[in-house]
Design a binder for this molecule. Structure first.
Ligand code: ADP
Ligand code: 5GP
Length: 222
């Protein structure tokens, strides 16, 4: 619950906002998301994607990702269990449908941490989606973070940095630019943008209808 939905009457049933969080590999989006969920566990639900890439050290099946073989992945596509999927540096990534629907209906803001092709598909399907793009303050910091993470080979790091340049061509399609310099400030900025988003008129038609209806009782019909 954020400050705005708290102020609502219990008759209003605010639905969660669908949020896409994208950014160059190594920009820190995973770190920011983890911290956001830590701090505001009641407000957010982070969708867990499926991928064909191998787990990194410390990653657990069902926590960071559902790790799948190509065959399993293709079955999910056939059965229409996915909202979207994309190929990123030789591996498939996708967003399973059921969890997202469930959490939105429960009033949670659902965050998809996905790359740009998936983000654009989601925006097309659900135009009210809030799109955020995270970057480090500069390109050198990106390289240092990616290398410093120590989870990819030099070859994969190079492919991801080259992909970052391609992704930078699509940044204008996003609603907000999030510069991840200091982690704490970045997390609070993301939380504050999402909280303000809840106050948008276009997201509050139920509230408007209700108060309008209540006020009707005061109207002298002039
Ligand atoms: P992504 O999910 O975007 O690929 P990660 O969250 O894995 O990126 O972050 C990449 C590396 O940068 C990690 O080692 C992480 O600890 C570090 N990192 C993330 N945010 C910051 C920050 N604000 N300042 C310094 N290092 C950071
Ligand atoms: P990584 O291998 O670093 O975990 O993720 C690589 C890229 O795939 C990141 O940009 C990440 O946001 C993106 N990604 C993760 N899950 C999904 C997904 O379900 N769909 C799409 N389109 N991209 C995803």
């Amino acid at each position: 619950m954020n400050y705005y939905t708290k102020g609502m009457n219990s008759m209003d049933t605010p639905k969660g906002i669908l949020i896409v969080f994208s950014g160059f590999s190594g920009s820190g989006k995973g770190t920011v998301m983890k911290e956001l969920i830590n701090r505001y566990a009641n407000q957010y639900a982070l969708s867990i994607s499926a991928t064909t890439r191998a787990p990194r050290e410390g990653e657990e099946n069902g926590r960071e990702y559902f790790f799948k073989t190509r065959e399993e992945f293709e079955k999910m596509i056939e059965k229409n269990e996915l909202i979207e999927y994309a190929l990123y540096v030789e591996n498939y990534y996708d967003t399973p449908k059921a969890y997202v629907d469930e959490q939105l209906a429960a009033g949670k803001d659902v965050i998809l941490e996905i790359e740009i092709q998936g983000a654009l598909k989601i925006k097309e399907m659900f135009p009210e989606t809030l799109l955020m793009f995270v970057t480090p303050p500069d390109a050198q910091t990106l390289k240092e973070r990616l290398v410093g993470r120590g989870t990819e080979t030099a070859e994969v790091i190079e492919a991801r940095l080259s992909r970052a340049f391609e992704e930078s061509q699509g940044m204008e399609a996003y609603d907000y630019l999030i510069v991840n310099d200091t982690l704490d400030a970045c997390v609070e900025q993301v939380h504050s943008i999402i909280s303000n988003e809840h106050a948008k008129m276009s997201r509050n038609q139920e509230f408007i209808n209700r108060i309008r209806d209540e006020l009707k009782g005061f109207s002298k019909g002039e």
